[in-house]
Design a protein around this ligand. Structure first.
Ligand code: GDP
Ligand code: IMO
Ligand code: MG
Length: 431
């Protein structure tokens, strides 16, 4: 039987998951997104051509692969349709290969308005959300009042549900957040249009996956965001509103946990974060500037500059065991080329004590001082390496140290944005 693989981020997102999903999809029959929404920005570069995906799974550039959006994903139909159109303009047949769970919560324009109004109201305590309505849509799901994709197909039920929901959102916007209300009738009209456009793509994803798995075909589960943004295990409240960890691959797509044979943890060779929240290894010096400029660290969704810092092995080690990572992928090694000395955070100092595990509380985390291990850097470029033995010795030592600290086997190393700039030491699909 083929193995099934989860690919997810171990840091605060943007680790290069999209690139790795695209690469590994060569061995898969289907790719499934299981959480998050169009807050994600996953960049694929193939032969120099760049594609940025937000909601569409990163398997879409492999023509024979089916792409699923599982029940754990919050779907903004307008964003999805725009993304599909863009792919089709680029000559990619997307419509016939994308399948969306009828159980996915719908992101309405009023969720976007609420997200943005709440951020404004938080002032200097803002989370720095992507402003895409993600949090409010998950709130409505948990409160059992949300609209689901399947309801778009039943106009009378959908109409009354949307009117009721937008009325509730308008109450919050006007009375609590001092913001403008939305025209509920216009939202209903949008829903009708979305239902018509998306109806052939709305399916029972869990049942489709059951058939694929029964046939012994391999499935890749694509994570979005990163473990440190997980609603339960991340740096709360500076997190996203979904579980980004491996368990969500099962619950967010409708497969049992024994389906997941390999969990690939993707880490950048350093650390980045977009938005607010604690970041113990953040750099404000010229090295931080180097990482930001050489790594082109601008958000793929919002274009905001990403904060940059040294690799945080304390946070990443915890993330690896939270996900039972049994395959490690290190990306953006090339960005460290030419840095004279590289540092890895191996402990935190808090109130005089040395911690090897991060504190759960964000306020405590923001007071932690990183304790660093210093390693020699390397001058020679790592880009273009085809084997580990092609890398400078210091770069190899750095990778080995990361794998030792994270207690996971190093399977993939990425040294450039393009699909081809990758060394697969062991294929997680076991082929
Ligand atoms: P994702 O959200 O995890 O899919 O990552 P993003 O696409 O948001 O951000 C990763 C960025 O780094 C993208 O611009 C990629 O093209 C780029 N990238 C991925 N791997 C590498 C690498 O090994 N080296 C360099 N220089 N860039 C990379
Ligand atoms: P990918 O999949 C990096 C961050 C936002 C903010 C917090 C909450 O490309 O790695 P939200 O809009 O989700 O309510 O924002 O989460 N965030 C991401 N940061 N990469 C992402 O996705 C992110 N998706 C959300 O910046 O701090
Ligand atoms: Mg991204």
């Amino acid at each position: 039987m083929a193995g099934n693989v989860v690919v997810l981020g171990i840091q605060w997102g943007d680790e290069g998951k999209g690139k790795i999903v695209d690469l590994l999809t060569e061995s898969a029959h289907a790719v499934v997104r299981f959480q998050g929404g169009h807050n994600a920005g996953h960049t694929l570069v193939i032969g120099g051509t760049k594609t940025v995906l937000h909601l569409v799974p990163s398997g879409i550039l492999r023509p024979e692969v089916r792409c699923f959006v599982g029940n754990g994903v919050v779907v903004a139909p307008d964003a999805l349709l725009a993304e599909i159109n863009e792919l089709e303009l680029a000559g990619i047949d997307a419509r016939s290969r994308i399948f969306i769970s009828s159980a996915c919560p719908v992101i309405l324009p009023s969720h976007v308005a609420l997200d943005q109004a709440r951020e404004r109201a938080r002032g200097s305590n803002a989370i720095g959300t992507t402003g895409r309505g993600i949090g409010p849509a998950y709130e409505d799901k948990a409160a059992r009042r949300g609209l689901r994709m399947g309801e778009l197909l039943d106009l009378p039920t959908c109409t009354s549900h949307v009117l009721e929901l937008v009325e509730y959102h308008n109450f919050l916007l006007r009375k609590l957040l001092n913001s403008d209300a939305l025209d509920a009738a216009a939202v209903v009209a949008q829903c009708q249009m979305w239902g018509e456009a998306l109806s052939p793509m709305i399916v029972d994803v869990a049942s489709e996956l059951e058939s694929i798995l029964k046939a012994g075909e391999a499935v890749l589960f694509e994570g979005a965001q990163g473990t440190l943004l997980d609603i339960d295990h991340g740096t709360y409240p500076f997190v996203t509103s979904s579980n980004t960890t491996a368990g969500a691959a099962a619950s967010g797509s409708g497969v049992g946990p024994r389906t997941l044979s390999r969990v690939v943890g993707v880490v950048k060779a350093y650390t980045t974060r977009v938005g607010s929240g604690p970041f113990p290894t953040e750099l404000f010096d010229s090295v931080g500037g180097h990482l930001a400029s050489k790594g082109h660290e601008l958000g793929a969704t919002t274009g905001r500059p990403r904060r940059c810092g040294w690799f945080d092995a304390v946070a990443a080690r915890r993330a690896c065991w939270l996900n039972s990572v049994n395959s490690l992928c290190v990306t953006k090694l090339d960005v460290l080329d030419g840095v004279p000395q590289v540092q890895i955070c191996t402990g935190y100092r808090l109130d005089g004590a040395l911690l090897e595990t991060p504190p759960i509380d964000s306020r405590a985390l923001s007071r932690c001082e990183p304790v660093y291990e210093v390693m020699p850097g390397w001058e020679q470029p790592t880009a273009g390496a085809k084997r580990l033995s092609d890398l400078p010795t210091a770069a190899r030592c750095y990778l080995e140290r990361l794998a030792t600290l994270l207690e996971a086997p190093l399977d993939i190393v990425s040294t450039g944005p393009d699909r081809q700039d990758t060394m697969v030491l062991r294929n997680p699909f076991g082929q």
